[in-house]
Design a protein around this ligand. Structure first.
Ligand SMILES: *[C@@H]1O[C@H](CO)[C@@H](O)[C@H](O)[C@H]1NC(C)=O
Ligand SMILES: *[C@@H]1O[C@H](CO)[C@@H](O)[C@H](O)[C@H]1NC(C)=O
Ligand SMILES: *[C@@H]1O[C@H](CO)[C@@H](O)[C@H](O)[C@H]1NC(C)=O
Ligand SMILES: *[C@@H]1O[C@H](CO)[C@@H](O)[C@H](O)[C@H]1NC(C)=O
Ligand SMILES: *[C@@H]1O[C@H](CO)[C@@H](O)[C@H](O)[C@H]1NC(C)=O
Length: 421
């Protein structure tokens, strides 16, 4: 048993070793932020780190490196929540890398049968996540279009949502800006130029912890092979939000796609051509994942935290502390001060928080703006479609227009979803 484990580890190590021979050489020639920051460094002298990684005594679970997955759905507040992780200086944060995979699959494999599609796509998602968690950024090149040249690309999706990709060693020019706390999105693409993925890998290795936000994995069960992978120590933050708020937010953000809904909202009558399937799927996936998480299967034990966006929005500091405790990192002053600057003075919070407008401080009232943005007829239909999801997550239903619009009547039931140990 022990022998076969060692064989597996040796194979894994050998392949990682090959992939990183080049990177190691480059890293050794760099100074500053990259130096001596491998996760092996506490165990072995710096210059033997790769031997340390492949050493017989190396046991994956002893690694202090954190692998964090922010598992969410579109317009559920994941940009804001992701920034809580991005602010940590020891975290290499990637905003939705699976975008590239989906793009690649959407255009090339539309004729494949659906189930095959889904399995292949999910497999590719998992492969990419695994590679990113081990700081191998060469793998994602297979999916980026146009194809990166010399491991450099100008097309990395939402690169500027990541501090690591806008600061040294990836972008030396970014140091001062990041220190000042100015939002990366405004200057990063201009000042940093194209992204050198070799440098990005180095940055990832030097930070030690990797956090990835995705909205493209349907259910938490789809992540099972990753939670069981001995190379990873995955922590999943499952971010949920009131589906009524999600819908309202999607209507605002993607108005072309939601034209029929807008007609419905304006007239109070449901057009026949309105597409209910997207939000229904969102509710079903959210329900399935939450049920799985709360049932505490062995493969998820200690790895799953359910977070309602509303709780985070109403009590950012407290909830962020809980998240950091769960992932096993110190929250630190930079995260605290970012929270203080991006939520309003009485400690309440963002609802339609948008990275582009990150200086905006929203109030508790705007956290519930969906209640002013949706017609009652839509809300009632949604409540029927998403009944079980609302009930399980503690979101109260409304039974009249007056209840819907009466903001002093909270629709978020106090709930604690115990983090699993
Ligand atoms: C996929 O196809 C569409 C339409 O043909 C095109 O606009 C888009 O750029 C393609 N996407 C990629 C990633 O090639
Ligand atoms: C990317 O960075 C590496 C490491 O510093 C460097 O050797 C390589 O030349 C860079 N690539 C390009 C195309 O500049
Ligand atoms: C729905 O209609 C109301 C007026 O009844 C309007 O204030 C709101 O902005 C609309 N919502 C959307 C998402 O268009
Ligand atoms: C919603 O579900 C609850 C419990 O699951 C049930 O009591 C209630 O009747 C359902 N409401 C609707 C509108 O289906
Ligand atoms: C709004 O709800 C509160 C709390 O239930 C209630 O006291 C108040 O009368 C309601 N206001 C209106 C206008 O219905």
């Amino acid at each position: 048993m022990e022998c076969s484990w060692k064989t597996v580890l040796l194979l894994v190590c050998a392949s990682i070793g090959v992939q990183y021979t080049a990177i190691r050489t480059l890293r050794d020639s760099l100074s500053g932020p990259c130096q001596g920051a491998y996760h092996c460094r506490t165990r072995k002298p710096r210059d033997s780190k790769w031997r340390a990684l492949c050493d017989d005594s190396w046991v994956p679970t002893e690694s202090s490196q954190k692998h964090i997955l922010l598992f969410a759905t579109t317009r559920s507040g994941s940009s804001f929540t992701g920034q809580l992780l991005n602010q940590h200086p020891g975290v290499f944060y990637v905003f939705e890398p699976l975008y590239h995979v989906q793009q690649a699959f959407t255009n090339s494999s539309s004729r494949l049968r659906r189930t095959l599609d889904r399995r292949a796509l999910l497999g590719a998602y998992r492969d990419l996540l695994l590679n990113l968690y081990t700081c191998d950024l060469r793998f994602i090149e297979n999916y980026i279009r146009p194809e990166p040249q010399d491991h450099v690309t100008g097309a990395f999706f939402r690169r500027s949502s990541s501090h690591a990709l806008c600061s040294p060693p990836v972008c030396p020019e970014g140091a001062a800006r990041i220190a000042k706390g100015s939002p990366d999105e405004i200057w990063c693409p201009k000042q940093c130029g194209a992204l050198n993925l070799t440098l990005a890998s180095l940055s990832c290795l030097s930070r030690g912890n990797v956090a990835i936000k995705t909205v493209r994995v349907p259910e938490v069960g789809d992540l099972r092979t990753l939670t069981e992978d001995p190379r990873l120590d995955l922590k999943i933050i499952h971010l949920v939000r009131d589906p009524r708020a999600i819908l309202a937010s999607r209507m605002m953000a993607f108005s072309d796609q939601f034209r029929a809904w807008k007609v419905w909202n304006a007239t109070g009558r449901q057009p026949r051509y309105v597409d209910l399937s997207q939000i229904t799927t969102t509710c079903k996936d959210m329900l399935a994942s939450t049920e799985t998480g709360l049932q505490r299967p062995t493969w998820l034990r200690g790895r799953y935290l359910l977070v309602r966006y509303e709780d985070l929005a109403f009590n950012p500091m407290e909830k962020a502390t809980e998240i950091y405790r769960f992932v096993g990192l110190e929250m630190g002053d930079r995260v605290r001060s970012w929270i203080a600057h991006n939520t309003n003075s009485n400690g309440s919070p963002p609802s339609e928080w948008n990275y582009r407008y990150s200086t905006t401080r929203d109030s508790r009232v705007t956290a519930e703006t969906w209640r002013l943005r949706l017609g009652f007829d839509i809300v009632r239909t949604l409540q029927d479609l998403c009944n079980d999801t609302l009930t399980l997550l503690g979101y109260k239903q409304v039974h009249s227009l007056a209840e819907l619009r009466n903001i002093s009547l909270s629709l978020v039931e106090p709930r604690t979803f115990q983090p699993m140990r």
